[in-house]
Design a protein around this ligand. Structure first.
Ligand code: SAM
Length: 436
């Protein structure tokens, strides 16, 4: 593998690899590194590589011509790629590192100042890569990160292939914790399994630790990783243990389906009818996400009688023995006459209540799904109620009184008429999505 670095500061990159495993691989000739300075491709006496911005603005920009000439001067291997290190590029991760390690040559372009002329990127760059969502003052450190991470994957650079494949991210998970002598440090002993010598037990322990760490420190990685059935079972066990200590997620969350007051299509305040499907489907969603209550709100007496008949069939009648799972879902549902009744339910128990409304209209939005999710997770004492409207949606009065309003669930086009059952399921999935 060859690394050609286009940089105004060659020593910065070279000094990174004067030592260490990658430095030794360079000395052995397992990999090659060469720097090309765009200043050597200027034609004026001052060897100018930067200029002011068209359209004004502070700072200078790297000119396109010296960069283009520098890239063109590099002898190209057949499988080679020109990469511009940029905070606007795709974030570097282990999957990308492995992909790059399959190539024969990487030409890494390091920006400085405000970056580089867009036309150089348009005409000479195959790909932009970022090392993270922050800005550093030049591409040299970023290029060094790419070189080091890619070089480690090249056979021969690291002594044992296994130590690379067991690193964090290689299989999408974080690495297990490691220990070395002494056997005890600050009164903490090395986990017994590691000194027991039982290879299979050690492997199993490491796999479990790797899942546990990923779940605690980087749950987002679990969403992007395909776990084996064994790993999934292990992870569910770890999650359950955690939740037994901290409380089930969702245990402080309830939802309410509002049939009054809601709008009709003429923006008149009306009462909608209860539907059998909303009772079944939303209670099943509520049960699946382990929420505490599903309040169905309507002031109409005959609707309460209807809901009572339907519910009794599934909780006491033939349905309860034919399908006990449905009974379990229906048990979380209760019928109330007004939103005030729901508030009273929590008041009576001395519980603080935060109300979050949902709407297809973006004008009310004042929170995000992750923000609501964090609030629910961090304070398990406060109860959260998520409101779903029927008809043409919750009235302005309800929206104004809500503590928070979630963004609408947008599809890909202009059509926005999801059933409330679908909206409830999607909303809960978004709120609880950190749990794989
Ligand atoms: C000060 S930055 C320019 C930032 C540019 N104005 C912007 O906001 O996108 C100068 C150079 O540092 C490098 N750089 C800065 N942050 C980086 C990051 N997160 N990943 C990769 N390269 C980065 C790029 O080569 C960039 O051209």
């Amino acid at each position: 593998m060859r690394f050609d670095i286009i940089t105004l500061f060659p020593e910065m990159v070279q000094s990174c690899f004067a030592e260490g495993v990658v430095g030794r691989a360079l000395q052995r000739g397992d990999i090659a590194l060469k720097c090309v300075n765009p200043r050597d491709f200027t034609s004026d006496v001052h060897r100018t590589v930067d200029d002011t911005l068209y359209g004004g603005g502070s700072g200078m920009l790297m000119k396109a011509e010296p960069l283009a000439s520098a890239v063109s001067a590099v002898e190209r291997a057949s499988r080679s790629r020109v990469i511009y290190l940029s905070p606007q590029g795709q974030p570097l991760n282990q999957a990308k590192v492995r992909e790059l390690a399959e190539l024969e040559q990487l030409i890494l372009v390091c920006g400085r100042y405000e970056g580089v002329d867009q036309r150089f990127i348009d005409h000479y760059v195959d790909e932009e890569i970022s090392i993270g969502d922050y800005v550093i003052s030049g591409g040299e450190l970023a290029a060094s990160v790419v070189i080091d991470s890619v070089a480690r994957c090249i056979p021969g650079v690291i002594g044992q292939v296994q130590s690379v494949t067991e690193d964090s991210f290689f299989e999408g998970l974080l690495d297990a914790p490691h220990y070395t002598r002494p056997a005890e440090f600050e009164a903490e002993a090395v986990p017994a399994v590691l000194s027991g010598g039982h290879h299979e037990h050690i492997e199993q322990w490491r796999e479990e630790q790797s899942l546990r760490r990923t779940w605690h420190k980087r749950p987002d990685l679990l969403e992007k990783t395909v776990l084996s059935t064994r790993q999934r079972t292990m992870l569910r066990k770890i999650m359950r243990e955690d939740w037994q200590q901290r409380g089930m997620p969702g245990a402080n969350v309830s939802i309410a389906l509002i049939h009054y007051p809601v709008y009709n299509k003429r923006h008149e305040v009306i009462t909608t009818s209860v539907t059998n499907m909303d009772l079944h489907d939303i209670s099943r969603t509520v049960r699946t996400f382990e929420l505490t209550n599903y309040f169905v709100v309507t002031p109409v007496k005959s609707q309460h009688e209807l809901m009572g008949r339907i519910t009794r069939h599934w909780t006491e009648g033939y349905g309860s023995t034919y399908n006990p799972d449905r009974k379990e879902a229906f048990d979380r549902m209760q019928f109330v006459h007004s939103l005030e009744d729901v508030r009273e339910h929590f008041r009576k128990r001395g519980q603080r209540l935060v109300i979050t409304a949902t709407s297809a209209n973006p004008k009310w939005t004042n929170t995000t799904y992750p923000h609501l999710s964090r609030m629910m997770d961090q304070d398990r004492e406060t109860q959260h109620l998520i409101l779903f409207g029927t008809g043409w949606g919750l009235t302005d009065e309800i929206m104004e009184a809500a503590d928070y309003v979630l963004p609408p669930i947008d599809g890909n086009g202009e059509y926005n008429h999801l059933s409330v059952r679908s909206a409830a399921a999607i909303t809960l999935d978004r709120v609880f999505r950190r749990y794989p």
